[in-house]
Design a protein around this ligand. Structure first.
Ligand code: MN
Length: 329
C-alpha cells in the first residue's frame, strides 16, 4: 500500500477532524501495543489540532502501556455518553463485537475504521482497511505522512513504532516486510525512541511475571505428536505469584517456540465459568476461523475467543477442535 492508495479517504478523515470538536478513539477488547499505540498516536495528532479526544477499549489494558504518551486520554465506558463524541475513530478493530459494541452508545456519528484484520466488516463511513499491513500503526503512519508529516512528533512516532514492534513480534514474525521495516526506519527519523521502547516492552519483565511464568510453563502439554501445545493460567497461579492476567502477555510464544509445534492455545481462567483462549498458528491453519466459531476473532496466525465454561472443559473442547484441524477433519 502507498500513501496514494487512500488519498481521497485520507482527505475525508482530515476534513472530519477539522470540522468537529469531540473525538472518541476506540480499540478492541484487551488492547495490545498496536491497538493502543495507534489510538494514542491519533489522539496526539487530533489534540494538536485543538480538539478534545477520549480513548476507550474494553477489557484489560496492560499496565506498561499506560506509560505511553496519550494514555491520559483513556476513559471508562460510562463516561462516553456524556462526552458526546461527534466522530469515532476505530483502530485495529475488525468488528463491532470486538469493541464490545461501544458504538451503540454514541448514536449516529461518522465512524472512521483503520484496521489490518482480514475479517474487518468495513463498518466505517471511511474505511482504511489493508490486511497486507503488518500493523494498524502503519495505516495511521501513512495517513499522517500523507496529510501532515510535520505533525509527527517524537511522541507520535514512538506510539506508532511500538505498534509495529509489537505486531511484528519485534520484527520476527512473517509479516515483517519491507513496508514495516522502512516505516520503522522513518519513524526513528521522526524521533521514535526505538531503543527505549524495545528495552521497556520487549526485554524488561516484572518479577511477578517471571513468578507466574513458572507454573504456566509447567502446565504446557503437547498432543498430536507434538504438533499442538496447550498452556493454562489458573486463578491459583495468579494468587501464588501475585500477578494478574495482564502480566502474561507473550507467554503463548513459549508454546509456539517448541520444535514441531504448529498450533498453540493458551487458556486463561477469567472466572469459574469463563475462559479466555488465545490461539497461534505456525502453519497454514487459519485460527481466526476457529475463534470466529465461538464469537471471537483475530488474524490467521493469532486469534482469541471467550467461552462461558470452566478452564478444564474449554481446554478439552478447543483441543478437540485443534486436533480436528491438524488431522484435516
Ligand atoms: Mn494490530
Amino acid at each position: 500500500m502507498t500513501g496514494e492508495t487512500y488519498r481521497s479517504e485520507f482527505g475525508r478523515i482530515l476534513e472530519l477532524i477539522d470540522n468537529n470538536d469531540r473525538f472518541l478513539m476506540i480499540g478492541h477488547i484487551d488492547p495490545d501495543g498496536d491497538c493502543l499505540g495507534s489510538m494514542f498516536a491519533m489522539t496526539l495528532f487530533v489534540r494538536a489540532r485543538g480538539k478534545d479526544v477520549v480513548c476507550y477499549a474494553p477489557g484489560d489494558v496492560p499496565e506498561r502501556l499506560l506509560g505511553l504518551p496519550g494514555a491520559d486520554s483513556l476513559t471508562d465506558r460510562d463516561m462516553i455518553a456524556s462526552f458526546a463524541p461527534q466522530v469515532v475513530i476505530a483502530l485495529d478493530s475488525p468488528t463491532h463485537g470486538r469493541t464490545e459494541n461501544v458504538m451503540d452508545i454514541v448514536g449516529d456519528v461518522p465512524v472512521v475504521n483503520m484496521d489490518h484484520h482480514p475479517s474487518n466488516e468495513m463498518y466505517g463511513e471511511v474505511n482504511i482497511v489493508d490486511e497486507s499491513a503488518a500493523a494498524a500503526a502503519l495505516l495511521v503512519f501513512r495517513f499522517l505522512e500523507s496529510v501532515d508529516p510535520e505533525s509527527i512528533t517524537p511522541d507520535i512516532a514512538s506510539c506508532l513504532y511500538l505498534g509495529i514492534l509489537m505486531d511484528t513480534g519485534s520484527f520476527r514474525f512473517q509479516n515483517t516486510d519491507e513496508d514495516a521495516l522502512s516505516a520503522a526506519g522513518r519513524l526513528i527519523g521522526y524521533g521514535a525512541r526505538a531503543y527505549e521502547l524495545t528495552h521497556e516492552f520487549v526485554y524488561m519483565k516484572k518479577f511477578r511475571t517471571l513468578k507466574l511464568l513458572v507454573p504456566v510453563l509447567d502446565s504446557l502439554e503437547l498432543s498430536c505428536e507434538g504438533r499442538i501445545a496447550t498452556m493454562q493460567i489458573k486463578r491459583e497461579m495468579l494468587e501464588s505469584s501475585g500477578a494478574e492476567f495482564k502480566d502474561s502477555e507473550g507467554f503463548i510464544d513459549y508454546g509456539a517456540a517448541i520444535d514441531d509445534v504448529e498450533l498453540v492455545a493458551l487458556f486463561r481462567e477469567v472466572g469459574p465459568d469463563k475462559t479466555k483462549v488465545s490461539l497461534r498458528s505456525r502453519n497454514h491453519h487459519d485460527v481466526s476461523l476457529l475463534a470466529g466459531r465461538y464469537g471471537g476473532g483475530g488474524h490467521a496466525k493469532a486469534a482469541g475467543l471467550t467461552i462461558n465454561d470452566s478452564i478444564d472443559n474449554v481446554t478439552k473442547t478447543i483441543l478437540r477442535d485443534l486436533e480436528g484441524l491438524v488431522s484435516g477433519r
